[in-house]
Structure formats: structure tokens, C-alpha cells
Design a protein around this ligand. Structure first.
Ligand code: PEP
Length: 253
């Protein structure tokens, strides 16, 4: 079975102390993690090392950066490279979140560069894609997301794509309380898997974990994650509340 993943995206929230308490509360809750389940904490850069230390010795629970830069190294004040993340033992990196695309002008080609660097330094990427409301209303979401995938991922090898992680996150559902229906999530996530299958073959497509993100909560996680092509979730707001995120973890199939 491909990996089922509950990934937290704290965004620019929580102090060090609040974050540390949250992680403690979650890892000391009764989590039902089996061997195909993964939990990932996407935390602000300054907390990566301390959260990683908190998770030491825990199987299946990892830390993620929320971004990395598209250049290898050099005079890019304020940016953090894949190499730097690798050097402090970071496991995962979120690439292409819609907030990065919207507020920091990250385009598909730039995200392709970030992915290359993530692979070069052994980081596992969680690649985000998803459409805005106007695209959903026009009914062109499948072709929009397909273009995002093709332009950022299709230069990767089949080996790199095997076990890759994608998060489908409709922008209209992020932080809005408006979740895609489980049928909407399933429909487009199956499409994403088919697009990957057409390029890389079915075995690779079946190995890719495709998460859903957009107002996932304890109350809706089980139904959404229960869809055959939804392999868990990328969770913003609800990942900041221990009881919510623990219940979301326990909703993985
Ligand atoms: C996100 O930040 O990726 C996200 C899905 O946020 P929320 O769960 O708050 O909608």
C-alpha cells in the first residue's frame, strides 16, 4: 500500500514554546499509526531542529520545511536552500504551496528547479497544486492542475516519481472552512493519478501519495481520506490544535 500521510502546515504561526507544547501533546496522544502511515510537521524554519529533536526515536513522524529556494547557494539574503535544510537533518520540504505561488510569484518552472534541488540533497518533497475558485467555476480545474503537474514534475525520472508526494489543494478551500466534497477530491485526484500514469506508467502512478488539502478537520477527515485516490491530507488551521490533528492522524486509512 502506498503511504498514507497526515502533514501539518503551521504556516507563520506559533511561538517556539507553543509549537513545542503542540508537538508534545500530539505525540503523547494515542495515535494509531501503522507501518504505511506517516505524520509530517511542516514548521517555521527556526523550529526545524528543535521539533526534529522532539521527534527523535519516533518511527513514521518527520519534520518538514515549508519552502526552500530555487538556487543552490549564494547571495540570496533571507532565503534557505535545500542544502542548508539537508545539513540540519530535515526530512521533507513543502514545495509550491498556493500561498508561495500567490504572494511570492512562484511559477511552475521555478518549482521544477526547487524540486531538482530537493532531490539533489535527499529531501522528500510534498508538491502542492490546485486551482482558484474562478477556474473551478469555469470547470477547467482538471486541465489547470494537469498543466501544473506537467510543467513542474514531468522532467523528473520514473525513479524520482516513485513514491512521490503530491498535495492537491483547491485554493478556494484553503483556510476558508469550505472543504471540497469527497467526490470532488476523488475526481480530480484520480485525474492527477491518471496524468502521472500516462507519463510514467501505472506502477509509478499507484505508488504516488496524493494528499488532499483545504479545510480538513477532525469532523471531515475520515470521509475524505476514505476515497480511493486520497492518501491523507495537508492540514493548515486544524493542525494547530492537538486534539484536531491527532484525530486527523487517526483518520488515515
Ligand atoms: C494549507 O495550508 O495547506 C491548508 C490546507 O490550510 P487549511 O487546512 O487551513 O485550509
Amino acid at each position: 500500500m502506498r503511504k498514507q500521510i497526515a502533514a501539518a502546515n503551521w504556516k507563520m504561526n506559533l511561538t517556539l514554546e507553543q509549537g513545542s507544547t503542540l508537538v508534545n501533546d500530539i505525540i503523547s496522544a494515542s495515535l494509531m499509526l501503522d507501518k504505511d502511515h506517516l505524520v509530517v510537521f511542516g514548521v517555521p524554519f527556526p523550529y526545524l531542529t528543535s521539533v526534529k529533536q522532539q521527534l527523535a526515536g519516533r518511527e513514521n513522524i518527520f519534520v518538514a520545511a515549508q519552502n526552500c529556494y530555487s538556487k543552490k547557494s549564494g547571495a540570496y539574503t533571507g532565503e534557505v536552500s535545500a542544502e542548508i535544510l539537508h545539513s540540519i537533518g530535515v526530512d521533507y520540504v513543502i514545495i509550491g504551496h498556493s500561498e508561495r505561488r500567490e504572494y511570492f510569484n512562484e511559477c511552475n518552472a521555478m518549482l521544477a528547479e526547487k524540486l531538482n534541488l530537493a532531490f539533489e540533497y535527499g529531501l522528500k518533497a510534498i508538491f502542492c497544486c490546485g486551482e482558484a475558485l474562478a477556474i473551478r467555476e469555469a470547470g477547467t480545474q482538471n486541465s489547470f492542475v494537469e498543466t501544473q503537474i506537467k510543467e513542474s514534475l514531468f522532467h523528473l525520472t520514473a525513479e524520482q516519481m516513485t513514491g512521490f508526494v503530491i498535495a492537491y489543494e483547491p485554493i478556494w478551500a484553503i483556510g476558508t472552512g469550505k472543504t471540497a466534497s469527497s467526490a470532488q477530491a476523488q475526481e480530480i485526484q484520480l485525474h492527477i493519478r491518471n496524468v502521472i500514469g500516462a507519463q510514467y506508467g501505472d506502477a509509478v502512478a499507484q505508488s504516488v501519495s496524493i494528499l488532499y488539502g483545504g479545510s480538513v478537520k477532525a469532523a471531515n477527515a475520515k470521509e475524505i481520506f476514505g476515497q480511493p485516490d486520497v492518501d491523507g491530507g495537508l492540514v493548515g488551521g486544524a493542525s494547530l490544535v492537538a486534539a484536531e490533528f491527532s484525530a486527523i492522524i487517526n483518520s488515515l486509512k
